[in-house]
Design a binder for this molecule. Structure first.
Ligand code: PRP
Length: 192
């Protein structure tokens, strides 16, 4: 789905599909350089938002990119800043002594990733690094060390490239700001 199909549902395109793919290629080169082509990490995607970035990053990498997935419920009791994280789907793999690279679409408050990094480290991973396509520096609530960041973006309600509003817009090719009239009646919090 293209931004122009969505008309006034979007206010601004922050990053086009071309920009995202080109930035991802730069990140892939950094990842290859850091790990070495002969020491590929296990890529761990966080459902559902990370599906697009995982698909593009994995194909861009020039090593065997094994993938595993987790699904977590980031927020308990209806508030997105509670820091409560529940595992809905766990990894299929044993990550003991493995280098793990978490692949995310966005870091917003940082609470999900902060918890996830600790959780994977506690399983005996050799290393746990984080790669995210987007980050909202103004929304961060915890200090979190992120190894690979595509773009820092403003603290607005963004959709596309995996990011949803009410499960829609994930298949928008670009990353764009959702127009307030789309969500204002619903009392939605800004993403993700
Ligand atoms: C989004 C995103 C991260 C998390 C980031 O997922 O994919 O997992 O929120 O937010 P945080 O930094 O404030 O913790 P979401 O819970 O919206 O689920 P989804 O990927 O299925 O859309």
């Amino acid at each position: 789905m293209d931004a122009k199909q969505l008309g006034d549902e979007l206010t601004t395109v922050l990053h086009t599909e071309e920009e995202l793919r080109s930035r991802l290629a730069e990140m892939a080169r950094e990842i290859e350089r850091d790990y070495g082509l002969d020491r590929p990490p296990l890529l761990v995607g966080v459902l559902k938002g990370a599906v697009m970035v995982m698909a593009d990053l994995a194909r861009e990498l020039r090593f065997h990119a094994q993938m595993d997935w987790m699904a977590v419920s980031s927020y308990g009791a209806g508030t997105k800043s509670s820091g409560v994280v529940r595992i809905l789907k766990d990894l299929d793999s044993d990550i003991t002594d493995r280098d793990v690279l978490i692949v995310e679409d966005i870091i917003d408050s940082g609470l999900t990733l902060s918890w996830l990094k600790d959780n994977l480290q506690s399983r005996g991973a050799k290393s746990v690094k984080i790669c995210t396509m987007l980050r909202k520096p103004e929304a961060l609530k915890v200090v979190i060390d992120v190894d690979y960041v595509g773009y820092d973006i403003p603290n607005e309600f963004v959709v596309g490239y995996g990011l949803d509003y009410a499960e829609n817009y994930r298949n928008l090719r670009d990353v764009a700001v959702l127009a307030p009239h789309v969500y204002s009646d619903q009392g939605a919090e800004s993403n993700a």
